[in-house]
Design a protein. Sequence first.
Length: 198
Amino acid sequence: MPLRHRRGIAFSSGTPLAKTIQLRKALLRPRSIASASVKASANSPRTIPSSTNFNGHAPSHPGLVTSDSLAITLPVPPSINHQYATVNGRRLLSSTGRAYKVQVGQQVWVTLAQSPNAPSLRDRLRSGPLALSIRFFFATSLRRDLDGGLKIAQDAICEGLDVNDNRIIETHLYKHVDKTNPRIELSLSCLSPSQHES
């Protein structure tokens, strides 16, 4: 199936126009950036699967990048029952889980591309201990467990940043309800060595 390229992101021509527009708004909001100002790393995800649409809501605010932290609003991860599939007796990440990780990677890539602090943040993230905080905003408090989205969100953000998730030594999870805009608000922060020494 032929692909269209716009601002360095490939879109399948089989994707309905309305869905393509919705995905672009979610990934490039609040402002578009000139393709000349974006330099993708070799492992930056570039293709948006046509099935990617987790909650239909765009991030409520852009990501914030400092020299020692990243704060970003992301879609709610798929439920644990939709994250994995059993194939020939093996438990593998499902197509829904893979699509979620691609979407997160693209949002991270766009957020970093817009920040002058990105190079120093990447260096710090790869050289010391990290703290992860995730605020889950579910449409209802009854249908989702708090920890069900932790692993896939952690894996997705770390892969998007090209950071080994074993650097995370501190995790904070919070559960909220927002019926009109389900989402997660995630922050990954660098800790000083003195903060985790015993």
